[in-house]
Design a protein around this ligand. Structure first.
Ligand code: 13P
Ligand code: SF4
Length: 307
């Protein structure tokens, strides 16, 4: 802990020297989340902060697609990620060329793309969404285009979970989050049997039967708000492990119970490599000039939707 405290002090000093802000996702470990994050939140919240930040440097304490999204929204800023290997199984599941083939097969249908995608996929997209606003975005796109079906890629489970909440038809892809696809209904049944009073919250990237067996489904920010506002006595968060640790620090009256899964990509980000990132101004995330404008249009459309 003394070493961590020193690192936190050093990082906060470097931030001031570099005119930098740290955007930290809810899956960062508590030392990062509570110690050095200037803005913390879900993908939607971090994208909105990137769009309005006036710092010169953005350090993305999260995964690569999040850093690309920041660069797309703030192309005049230097965007750094502490470890370039922090990827995402959803972002890796589809390319811009794949999406062009889907569009050729379904001409005239709008493309709604989860932000967990690379910039070349976003550049082929009409509007982005996150797990916090996917239903709203799908319904907006269907109305705007005057159609009864939309393409929603790349998360197969998010697509099915959205389909269960809207009359708009969904054309999906086969991407999966390697962290959330591993949760099963047996996990939920075990929790219900062992902790009958616990409230069970699950992320929409989980299989649909897991969500059906849970009490609430929402983005990481929505799960966090659920606990801080409703203050349940016992809660299970069916998502990445750091989520419960971060919310627990602000919720002394709630007991947090497993299970959880680690995201190996998020866990590549550490206090040490955040310090090195600011010290050496590494590793810069860039997006090809030709992709910035079409990708920005898709992300900005989402950011501009009413809350
Ligand atoms: P949120 O937008 O809910 O934070 O989700 C991002 C993510 O990567 C979940 O696995
Ligand atoms: Fe990607 Fe899943 Fe990790 Fe989120 S938790 S970054 S969706 S692999």
């Amino acid at each position: 802990w003394p070493a961590q405290a020193e690192l936190i002090v050093e990082i906060n000093r470097l931030k001031r020297e570099r005119n930098a802000v740290i955007l930290a996702h809810n899956y960062m470990t508590p030392d990062i989340f509570h110690g050095v994050g200037d803005y913390v939140g879900d993908s939607l919240g971090l994208a909105k902060e990137a769009a309005k930040s006036d710092a010169k440097v953005i350090v993305q304490a999260g995964v690569h697609f999040m850093a690309e999204t920041s660069k797309i929204l703030s192309s005049d800023k230097t965007v750094l990620i502490p470890d370039l290997r922090a990827g995402c199984s959803l972002a890796a599941s589809i390319t811009g060329a794949d999406l062009r083939l889907i569009k050729a097969r379904y001409p005239g249908l709008p493309v709604v793309t989860y932000v967990n995608t690379t910039a070349d996929v976003k550049a082929e997209t009409d509007i982005c969404c996150t797990s916090a606003n996917a239903v709203q975005v799908v319904e907006w796109a269907a109305k705007e285009w005057g159609v009864d079906r939309v393409i929603l890629i790349p998360d197969e489970f998010l697509a099915r979970n959205v389909a269960a909440q809207t009359s708009v038809g969904i054309i999906a892809w086969k991407g999966r989050c390697e962290v959330h696809e591993r949760f099963t209904v047996d996990d939920i049944a075990e929790m219900r049997a062992a902790y009958p009073d616990a409230e069970i919250l699950a992320h929409p990237e989980c299989p649909e039967e897991v969500l059906a067996a849970s009490d609430f489904a929402g983005s990481t920010a929505a799960m966090s708000d659920y606990v801080t506002q409703r203050k349940p006595k016992q809660v299970v968060m069916i998502t990445e492990c750091s989520m419960a640790s971060n919310v627990a620090a602000d919720s002394p009256d709630t007991r947090f119970i497993g299970p959880c899964n680690l995201c190996p990509h998020m866990k590549r980000i550490t206090l040490e490599n955040i310090r090195d990132c600011l010290l050496n101004m590494q590793f810069e995330v860039t997006v090809p000039e030709a992709l910035i404008e079409p990708a920005r249009r898709a992300v900005q459309r989402m950011v501009d939707l009413p809350p």
